[in-house]
Design a protein around this ligand. Structure first.
Ligand code: BGC
Length: 246
């Protein structure tokens, strides 16, 4: 038997920071997923301390991949919709690498989730124009053309029925506005219909927390584009982060 190639991934979200060691040949988590609440305020220093705790918990000593809920270009944070504003223009690779004493590479969270689905998900994810959309605190997007990522699309911030589509159609909007799953599903339908008209993708992959409950709302979505539910549900961010670690 060959030794599995392992990597460590962290998925940073608005409410939790989750991590595990991942087998890169199968996409499976080989350690139990470990979660720590995202510190509030979620400043670089506070989050760096949690990153150190997550890595030490698994006794991981190598390079770390980290999915982050913002635009990240060459390690530098370029937006701050659902994170503390003090992150703007910060070199997150550097902050986390210095705190940890091990190399950390950052990637946008939806881009990471999409990478995981493209690698380990259905065959259809590797062909044509594929749009990963994650419904959680915000809406994240990852655009792939024949399996190649176009990084940092921010389609949660399309203007639709108000300034920011994610304010109405993210999973957090369901709780905030006290909506039934069906009512919220109608908002997602309207959002997907809009993105479909703008991009004509071959496939949408739905991820994020709300992808675990699709039986409650996906019947409200009536579009012609094929829809797949993320095959690794909420672990896609961790797995995608691990993929960029080595
Ligand atoms: C951020 C994106 C992120 C998404 C999901 C949005 O508010 O702007 O960068 O991917 O939330 O976390």
């Amino acid at each position: 038997m060959t030794t599995p190639q392992l990597a460590f991934g962290i998925d940073i979200g608005g409410s939790g920071m989750k991590a595990a060691t991942v087998d890169l040949s199968t996409g499976e988590l080989v350690t139990e997923r470990y979660r720590i609440d995202t510190p509030q305020p979620a400043t670089p220093e506070a989050m760096a301390a949690v990153v150190v705790d997550l890595v030490r918990h698994d006794e991981w000593t190598g390079t770390v991949g980290c999915a982050f809920p913002a635009v990240v270009r060459n390690g530098i944070v370029g937006s701050a919709a659902n994170i503390d504003e003090s992150w703007l223009d910060v070199d997150a690779d550097k902050v986390f690498t210095e705190a940890l004493g091990q190399d950390v590479h950052m990637i946008n969270d939806a881009d990471a989730a999409g990478l995981a689905e493209v690698r380990f998900g259905p065959e259809a994810a590797r062909k044509g124009v594929v749009m990963m959309l994650t419904f959680g605190t915000g809406i994240g997007s990852g655009l792939f053309v024949d399996g190649v990522l176009v990084p940092n699309t921010e389609l949660g911030h399309l203007e639709l029925d108000g300034p920011d589509a994610e304010k109405r159609a993210a999973a957090s909007a369901r709780k905030r506005d006290d909506l039934s799953w069906a009512e919220w599903g109608k908002r997602v339908h309207r959002y997907l219909e809009h993105v479909e008209a703008l991009f004509s993708p071959d496939l949408f992959i739905i991820g994020g927390g709300a992808s675990k409950r699709t039986e409650k709302w996906l019947d409200q979505v009536d579009i012609s584009t094929e829809i797949a539910v993320a095959s690794m549900a909420n672990n896609a961010g961790i797995v995608g982060a691990a993929l960029i670690a080595p």
